[in-house]
Design a protein around this ligand. Structure first.
Ligand code: AP5
Length: 232
């Protein structure tokens, strides 16, 4: 991301919510429906390092398998590098970042220095639904499409509708690990809601359950349009 023209802010949508609240699903739909700019998922970035078996991947694999957060230092560095790429110039979507007070403060400093306008969408989903969703989640390893065994199963069991690839279950979608991830969320991430309010980051909340992903995305696009954020 280059230095901004005076007075022009870069919109940064922060999709915020517990594991399984639909951040990844919404990021993909929002890009189809109303937002430009890349979908930046820290979870995906970290999993790519694990798949590549590089030094970062080897270092973080144990923590991620156990459902614990990786270090602020690493995640802050990866995100800062990523959002300075040219494709982030007109806006970007953050999924899974920030997740600690340290990360939120680093992003805030970056935003102030680089003319970034952060906007938080908080997806609210009940705890029991989160556990059910994550245990039933399947993903296409090639195109990234997400399925839910209960609410959005693939047409042919175990196979991606779009490209026929065998679907996979994420390593951390086992029940004891899901519970650890939800606990980490309560302890380290939920407190950011109060932080965003205190420092005046724009935010709105939406029920992330009880409606289809598509309907939720339409509602978010509507809110973005009303708030004057970039909408195609
Ligand atoms: P990450 O990959 O970010 O995972 P997460 O936050 O736990 O979130 P998920 O990806 O599990 O869920 P989601 O909210 O995207 O929901 P989804 O759309 O898939 O992080 C993984 C790990 O990486 C962390 O535990 C940590 O170790 C590390 N990490 C990442 N970022 C970090 C950071 N900033 N700092 C430190 N460590 C970090 O949907 C879930 C399911 O629900 C799907 O099956 C979907 O089809 C279904 N679904 C979605 N919407 C609906 C709906 N409206 N109705 C019914 N079903 C729905």
């Amino acid at each position: 991301m280059d230095a901004q023209e005076p007075g022009r802010l870069t919109p940064a949508l922060i999709l915020f919510g517990a594991p399984g609240s639909g951040k990844g699903t919404q990021a993909r739909l929002l890009r189809q429906q109303c937002l430009n700019g890349p979908h930046i998922s820290t979870g995906d970035m970290l999993r790519q390092h694990i798949e590549a078996r590089d030094l970062i991947g080897l270092d973080i694999e144990g923590r991620m398998r156990a459902g614990r957060l990786v270090s602020d230092e690493l995640v802050n560095r990866l995100v800062e590098e990523r959002i300075q790429q040219p494709d982030c110039r007109d806006g970007f979507i953050l999924d899974g970042y920030p997740r600690t007070l340290n990360q939120a403060a680093v992003l805030r400093d970056f935003a102030a220095a680089r003319g970034v306008d952060p906007y938080v969408v908080h997806l609210i989903v009940d705890y029991d639904k989160l556990v059910a969703r994550l245990s039933g989640r399947r993903q296409c390893p090639v195109c990234g499409t997400l399925y839910s065994l209960s609410t959005n199963p693939p047409k042919v069991p175990g196979v991606c509708d779009l490209d026929g690839t065998a679907l996979v279950t994420r390593e951390d979608d086992r029940e004891p690990v899901i519970r650890e991830r939800l606990e980490q969320y309560e302890l380290q991430t939920r407190p950011l809601l109060e932080y965003f309010q205190r420092v005046g980051v724009a935010m709105f909340e939406i029920q992330g359950a009880g409606a289809t992903p598509d309907a939720i995305a339409k509602c978010i696009c509507g809110k973005l349009a009303v708030s004057g954020r970039t909408v195609r």
